[in-house]
Structures are given as C-alpha cells and as structure tokens.
Design a protein around this ligand. Structure first.
Ligand code: ATP
Length: 502
C-alpha cells in the first residue's frame, strides 16, 4: 500500500486533500492522471451498464434532497455505527473494526490489548509488551499466538475487560469507552433559518435519489419492467475511521443501479445473473478473476427486509475487502417512500395487466474503491533490457487500455529532425481527436518508453526514418511485453479502436 500511495502522489494520480494545510483526514484530491483514470472507470461502467443495455436508463439527482427522504429510508434514525473513543489519545474507532485479545503471561491472562482490524503482528505484540511492562512482568513469557487467535470484536467486550484493556494508541489501560452510536450523515443547514427545520443532509448514498425519482422515470413511458435506473455521483459519510488510503473515505463516489423486478420474479436467478455480470465487468477492466471472491451475508445478519446480499470482495493490499455490494432489497424502499410521501409507487405491468410495487436488486459499487482495486492489480515490477541491452528494473502499471489515462504515446525517434517531428505531431493531433494521447520528444527512446510504462500507457508509437522514407509504417510497442511491430496507420487506428473501445 505504501508503494502505491507513493507512486500515486509522485505521478499525479492522488494527493491528500488540503495538503498545504497538513491534509484533511478522509478526503482526497485526484491529480491529472487520477482524474483521467477515474473518469475512464465511470465512463466504462456507464457505457457497459447503461448504453449497451436496453433495460437500464440513467439519472443524475441532487446531492441535497428533502430531509424526509432520509427519514423514510431509515438513515436519520438508523444510519450510525457503534464507535469507541479513547479518553487518553482522543482517537475514535468503529467498534466492529476493533478487536480485543488477552495478554497471557506465563499461562495466565493478565490484561487485554485492543487493535484495529488489519493491524500487523509486530504492532499487536508491541502493545502486549506495554501491558506486560506496566505489570512489572518483564521476564514473563508472552503467548503471542493468543493475541491473534483469540481476538474478539470489541462490541463483545464486558465492562471488566474494557477496564483492563490497552487501546491501540494509549499508554495506560482502561481508556476505551463502551461502544456508542455515532451518526454517519453529514448535516448542513438549507436557507436563512438556523433552526432544526433547516437541517438537511449530504446524501450518504446515491440510491435514494433513484427511489425518489422512480415514479418520474416510469411516467416518461420509456421503461418496462424489469428495468434499471443507474446513477453515478458523490456520497458523503462521516466515517469514524477513514483509512486504507481511498478505500474508506468521507467523500467518495458511487455507481449504483436499482433494478426493478416484478414481486413474483425469480429474484434468486436474477441476483446470480447480476453477480456474474458484475464479476465479468471487473475482469473486463483488468482485475484478475482470482482476486475476486463472494461473501454471502448469512441470513441472521441481513436487514429484516433484505432477501439476500452478496458482496464481491477484492484482494486489496490491506486484505480481502468489500468492493461491490449486490443486494436484493425487496419492495422495502419504495414502500417506505409510498408511506412517507403519500404518493403511489405502484406501476401497471402491461404484460400481466396487474398493478404492484416492484422489488429491487441493487448493485452498489464505489468509484474510489474500484480505482484502488485497479491500481492494486496494475502495479508491478519487472526487468527489461535498456538501450544498451542490459537488464534494468522497471515499475509499470498494467492498466487495461479501456481505462488507462493515456491510451498511447507518440514519439518522434529524434527531436532534431523536423521531418520526424512534423510527422509525429500530425499523427498525435489526429489520434488526439479521438483519445487521450501523449506526445514526448525528449530523451532517449528507451527512457521515454519507461516513463510511459510507469503511468500505465499501454502503447508506444514511434515515428522513425522508415516511416518517412519508406512505407509510412510506425513502430507499435506493447507496454507489458515490450514487443515491437510495424503497422500501417490504418492498422494502428483499427487496433486502438478494438483495444480501447472494444
Ligand atoms: P462498509 O461496511 O465497508 O462501511 P457498506 O456495506 O456500508 O460498506 P454500502 O452502503 O453497501 O457500503 O456502499 C456501497 C459501496 O460504496 C461499497 O461497496 C463501497 O464500494 C462504496 N463505499 C461505501 N462506503 C465507502 C467509503 N467510506 N469510502 C469509499 N467507498 C465506500
């Protein structure tokens, strides 16, 4: 993760927000390459799930909506996580992401340590040693296995356990509070009044904007059940412990679909179809199939209205974590809005001549988490021969051409030969009309290739003397294999079209 964060900063993918003021936890800015990658991910998603489907239409709803929407959806009353404060360090942790484990000295439990999910073993052992030292037991034998194998979620900790637990950032035991509810929605005031009636919320998900507009879309007459409404947009959550780079932040973007189906539809098969389509899409943008797994939520952990939820998990640098949640939410949300707004959410099904409130399947994906997954999968190092034929280490980002920030880079072999430069410039301008491409004339050609490898540009196109003196062909270099071949301009265009837009 550290290498990725470093590369993202150095090459202009992602910067910490407000860095000149010391940063602002949970917020990030996307630099020149990051914004391209981000937009390409969103465009690929929109193209594949909206444009290339006959049964999904798009929507862009406002971020701030009537506060009653969040009352109806249950967010005002229920959208909170239990959190634990440390009275000493003033740090705050999500209780379901905090674990406690016994400090066993010479076979006897003498206290506990609490650590955040994903903490590494040396950190946990160091904490346990602090407890041991505070008990004047420096010579006692610490059971390190129990620190890992007997860890339990902090929500389960009794008062007695808490009183003898050393927190992750504390120096004394007993500084962690019991878990308390913490509101995740950001509040703001709308209009000139500052009283409670002016309270509104920054949306914590895009889904409710879809439910709130479902009737409008149905009334346009363009859709027939089953159909989906898709939306990409910002969401805000006052996460207690934003961490793991852009994995969990306070401002992020979601790509969500509500797929409306008849109440008697075979939702189990449709859920499976959506899971398969979502996996295929992730693979199509370059994630290895082997890094994706499914986490089926057990029935006793589902919300009462939910029929099934399966998360697609990805192997991130910090472990296997949720990337895409695909939930069968029954007719719960539409019924809630029908109840709270007094407006009918029923639709008339032409095929069966019946009226009903449809059920939904909701695939919900984070743009930023997808970007982190893409970066994780793309980052690699290998050795390739340099200009002198010696093996040289290189860092490269193996982005799929579909989402790579630059699709190709155009190079004149030499920058002091006007014929080469003119020809390269003309090709660059032509390609630029269709794709985001890069032009680079400076330095040895090997170094220019390497610079593009590091930012994930899949193809290098070199204009050399054969191009201008012989047949007009150019050298096309592949980033991953470094193989080069000569192609005509027509072949080049057809190849790029297939690779980038295919
Ligand atoms: P978690 O349990 O990790 O907090 P969640 O189950 O509450 O997540 P959902 O409400 O299902 O998440 O959100 C749908 C998707 O939005 C997630 O799968 C994830 O890709 C993305 N997402 C949710 N919260 C965040 C966040 N704080 N930062 C970045 N992406 C997020």
């Amino acid at each position: 993760m550290e290498e990725l964060v470093g590369l993202c900063k150095r090459r202009g993918f992602i910067f910490p927000s407000s860095e000149i003021y010391g940063g602002y936890t949970g917020f990030f800015d996307y630099g020149p390459l990051g914004v391209e990658l981000r937009n390409n991910i969103k465009q690929a998603w929109w193209r594949d799930f909206v444009h290339r489907r006959d049964d999904v239409v798009g929507l862009d709803s406002s971020i701030i909506m009537h506060p009653k929407i969040w009352k109806a959806s249950g967010h005002v009353d229920g959208f909170s996580d239990p959190m634990v404060d440390c009275r000493e360090s003033k740090k705050r942790y999500r209780a379901d992401q905090l674990f406690f484990a016994p400090v066993v000295l010479d076979g006897e439990t003498r206290g506990y340590v609490a650590y955040v999910e994903g903490a590494d073993q040396p950190t946990i052992v160091k904490l346990a040693k602090k407890v041991r030292d505070s008990l004047d037991q420096k010579q006692a034998k610490l059971d390190e296995d129990k620190l890992i194998n007997e860890a339990i979620e902090f929500t389960e900790a009794s008062d007695a356990v808490r009183a003898s637990t050393l927190g992750p950032d504390a120096t004394k035991v007993g500084t962690l509070t019991e878990p308390r509810e913490f509101k995740l929605m950001f509040e703001t005031k709308v209009g000139p009044l500052a009283d409670d009636s002016a309270t509104a919320y920054l949306r914590p998900e895009t889904a409710q904007g879809i439910f709130a507009n479902y009737k409008n879309v149905v009334d346009t007459g363009r859709v027939r059940i089953p159909f989906g409404i898709a939306q990409i947009g910002k969401a805000f959550r006052n996460e207690i412990t934003p961490r793991n780079f852009i994995f969990r932040s306070r401002e992020f973007e979601q790509m969500e679909i509500e797929y409306f189906i008849a109440p008697d539809a075979d939702w189990k098969s449709l859920h499976r179809e959506w899971l398969d389509q979502c996996i295929d899409w992730l693979v199509s943008i370059g994630l290895p199939r082997a890094s994706i797994s499914e986490d089926i939520h057990p029935a006793d952990k589902l919300a009462f209205y939910s029929q099934a939820t399966t998360d697609l998990m990805f192997h991130f640098p910090h472990g296997e974590q949720e990337l895409w949640g695909i939930a069968c939410r029954s007719d719960y949300d539409l019924n809630q809005h029908q109840k709270h707004s007094g407006k009918s959410m029923e639709l008339f099904d032409e095929a069966t001549k019946s009226k009903y409130v449809p059920h939904v399947i909701e695939p919900s994906l984070g743009v930023d988490r997808t970007l982190l997954a893409v970066l994780t999968a793309a980052y690699c190092e290998d050795e390739v021969p340099n200009d002198k034929g010696q093996a040289e280490k290189r860092t490269l980002l193996k982005f799929s051409p579909k989402i790579a920030p630059y699709k190709a880079a155009v190079f004149p072999l030499l920058k002091n030969k006007p014929e080469l430069v003119e020809r390269a410039d003309a090709l660059y301008r032509k390609l630029q009309k269709r794709w985001n491409v890069f032009y680079d004339a400076s330095g040895a050609i090997g170094r220019r290739y390497r610079r593009q490898d590091e930012i994930g540009t899949p193809f290098g196109i070199t204009i050399d003397f054969d191009t201008i003196e012989k047949d007009g062909t150019v050298t096309l270099r592949d980033r991953d294999t470094t193989e080069q071949r000569r192609v005509s301009e027509a072949e080049l265009l057809a190849f790029l079209e297939e690779q980038v837009d295919g």
